[in-house]
Design a protein around this ligand. Structure first.
Ligand SMILES: [Zn+2]
Ligand SMILES: [Zn+2]
Length: 400
């Protein structure tokens, strides 16, 4: 990529700012939950058509949209954005706040979609010079159950075959105006856990004649945390959070059973195996020793996302070109959140996720993702995202 092209990408992105903001705010006002992104998908298609993009497919992975910008040459690379919102009531006072009570774009996917539309606009403008094709992937269901996997099953990696793929995610820990690079593990393996401790009901005043499942559950909870803290390598990041406990009916009856519901997050397969083995085998013995039974159901979620170094290097190089060296920062820690972008890497593609900084203390944009007050300075941030996606695709075409 020549310096002239890089500066044109940046100036086109800045020129697009009003449209980027309008796209994001429209999507923000009309959030849709995972796998139900019908209006959002229709809006994306409408905007792509208005930009003159010709090759558009709909209904990929149920509600996903795929568009192809044809440049010069046979190679194709991919850019991905997610479109789904969350079940949350927005508490910001923004004029563009959600018009659908109970639903909110609180993870920034509205911004991701706007950035990818912006990349479509710039790539379409510059396609005479673009050294290949770029497939734009607007996916459903990132928050669950994993729209990326459905789109892959529907053949999004083929025809034409992708050589590499990139995406971005807003990050409230990285300052607005900057982008964050993360090498290696970026997000965690997610497994949901549902346990039932089966005791035996009886009079609360005669605990020895029943099995008090609540006191057994308390022991189990402590045993789990102690196992992780004392029996697994603390350097290897992992956690098990019990987020929900249900049990008992009234003050004078021993609880017959208790449900413990939560999530396991791991990076290394060995850490995951240890936790699963403990829960399924040792914890059962411990619970059994107290006279109760244990049922465990594990629902496997997303695999860990590992960023490909070569794509991360491209992020760094393009970040320095477009934004200057001081606006490119390393993200020191992986997240224990899940991200279904992991499936693209799992499919064997060089893949990486770029963090788009949105933190702005002065303007009060500090709320983390999935919070009801989450918001960001779209006018400032979106042109950066659109330019970074465009330049990354361009450079991936030159590299892979
Ligand atoms: Zn999220
Ligand atoms: Zn997200």
């Amino acid at each position: 990529m020549r310096a002239r092209e890089a500066s044109r990408i940046m100036s086109e992105a800045k020129r697009l700012a009003p449209r980027l903001v309008a796209w994001r705010r429209h999507i923000h006002m009309y959030p849709e939950p995972s796998m139900e992104e019908r209006e959002t998908a229709a809006y994306v298609v409408e905007q792509l058509r208005s930009l003159g993009v010709e090759h558009i497919q709909t209904g990929i992975g149920k509600t996903g949209v795929v568009a192809l910008i044809r440049g010069q040459g046979r190679k194709t690379v991919g850019l991905r954005a997610d479109m789904d919102a969350l079940e949350l009531t927005e508490e910001t006072r923004a004029p563009y706040r959600s018009r659908k009570p109970g639903f909110m774009h609180a993870c920034g996917h509205d911004g991701h979609t706007a950035c990818l539309l912006g990349a479509a606009a710039i790539l379409q403008q510059m396609r005479e010079r673009l050294p290949g094709n770029v497939k734009l992937i607007f996916q459903p269901g990132e928050e669950g159950p994993g729209g990326a996997r459905y789109m892959i099953e529907d053949g999004v990696l083929e025809k034409p075959r992708l050589r590499a793929i990139a995406c971005l995610h807003v990050d409230s820990e990285v300052s607005s105006g900057k982008v964050g690079l993360r090498r290696g593990y970026d997000t965690a393996q997610t497994d949901d856990i549902h346990m039932v401790i089966q005791g035996r009901s009886g009079h609360a005043a005669a605990p020895h004649k029943g099995v008090d499942s609540i006191s057994v559950a308390a022991q189990a909870l402590i045993a789990i945390q102690q196992f992780i803290a004392r029996h697994t390598n603390p350097i290897d990041r992992k956690l098990l959070t019990i987020a929900q406990i249900r049990g008992g009916t009234r003050h004078n009856i021993l609880a017959d059973h208790v449900e413990l519901i939560g999530t396991i997050r791991t990076l290394e397969p060995a850490g995951r195996e240890m936790i699963l083995k403990f829960v399924k085998q040792d914890l059962r013995k411990l619970v059994g020793a107290m006279g109760a039974g244990l049922r465990v159901k594990i629902t496997e979620g997303y695999p860990p996302a590992t960023n490909d170094d070569r794509v991360v290097d491209i992020f760094g190089e393009m970040g320095e070109k477009l934004l200057g060296k001081r606006n490119v920062v390393e993200v020191p820690e992986p997240s224990l959140g899940g991200e279904d972008f992991a499936y693209f890497g799992r499919a064997g593609l060089p893949a990486a996720l770029l963090r788009l900084g949105i933190r702005d203390e002065k303007k009060g944009f500090t709320a983390p993702g999935h919070n009801s007050r989450f918001d960001f300075d779209d006018r400032r941030v979106l042109p950066i995202g659109a330019a970074m996606l465009t330049a990354t695709a361009w450079r991936m075409l030159e590299t892979f």
